[in-house]
Design a protein around this ligand. Structure first.
Ligand SMILES: [Zn+2]
Ligand SMILES: [Zn+2]
Length: 283
């Protein structure tokens, strides 16, 4: 009897234990079979590329699902296949101009600070998530002020106008930008790593969280029960979609506090207040 009872928690924990064992085995296999150069460059590139495709996929598929159209923020501007192809072309160019040099730089950084890669030195999951949250706050601040700079009338048309090609964005638009913009705003992604970098896992988990965030805010769909909204002050798709529609205001990518402090969310608030009043009149 005692044996049966003691086996119950073992059965309940089987899935999480086997997942953890799977991650450990995969991580050890990677370290035993590939060099640090291969892991930092090709490994990081693969994590980025596969994550970008997988995270973008839902918003690409939503356009073919009629039931999802009620969640589309700008109903009057559907996304076309031509739009998506145009976007993919620039993304592929960016892969070569920006991302390949970036991953080579990532390798030199790993060697310079002797960043640990091994499974034994991997920090606890809550430490990595805490560092990722701090990275998100730093990136949001860097992005807010530099995004405002990119909107300055003397430079807007040379750099940031390319990202604003899409007045009604879709997931893949997240990285559709001029190489100078990708480098400038991409620096915001790196500050946290330079401050907290303690293991390769932080680099990859942070990259993954940042991709989820930026693809979500560009998705064009305001989905109810989106778990990203569990974060207090998270702006989300509705907040950034307004920036693409209006070309002004809502400059922060993730949180709403900088726009609130500097009053750059006023037009956004007024627009939705007006829409609410119109909806009330129609009832
Ligand atoms: Zn902008
Ligand atoms: Zn955008």
């Amino acid at each position: 009897m005692a044996d049966i009872l003691s086996a119950v928690p073992l059965v309940e924990n089987y899935t999480s234990v086997s997942t953890a064992v799977g991650v450990e085995q995969a991580w050890r296999y990677m370290n035993e079979n590939y060099s640090r150069f291969q892991i930092a460059t090709f490994g990081s590139g693969l994590v980025h590329f596969v994550s970008y495709i997988l995270i973008s996929l839902p918003s690409v598929l939503f356009q073919f699902i009629p039931q999802m159209q009620r969640f589309k923020i700008q109903h009057d501007k559907p996304v076309t296949g031509a739009n998506q192809w145009e976007c993919i072309k620039i993304l592929l160019v960016n892969q070569f101009i920006i991302h390949i040099p970036f991953y080579l730089g990532a390798y030199f950084y790993c060697e310079l600070v002797n960043l640990p890669f091994s499974y034994e030195t991997m920090p606890a999951w809550y430490v990595t998530l805490g560092h990722c949250f701090a990275c998100l706050v730093i990136e949001d601040t860097w992005h807010y002020f530099n995004h405002r700079l990119l909107h300055h009338k003397s430079i807007y048309k040379y750099i940031h106008k390319l990202h604003h090609t899409w007045q009604s964005p879709f997931g893949m638009v997240a990285e559709y930008a001029h190489p100078i913009e990708t480098m400038l705003l991409g620096m915001g992604t790196m500050w946290g790593i330079l401050l907290f970098g303690n293991h390769l896992i932080l680099l990859w988990v942070w990259m993954w969280i940042r991709l989820i965030e930026t693809i979500d805010v560009h998705s064009g769909y305001d989905i109810p029960l989106n778990p990203m909204h569990l974060f207090p002050f998270y702006g989300g798709a509705k907040f950034h979609d307004f920036h693409h529609m209006n070309f002004q205001g809502n400059y922060a990518p993730t949180f709403t506090w900088w726009d609130k402090i500097f009053g750059t969310d006023i037009q956004f608030k007024e627009y939705y207040k007006m829409k609410e009043e119109e909806a009330k009149k129609q009832k």
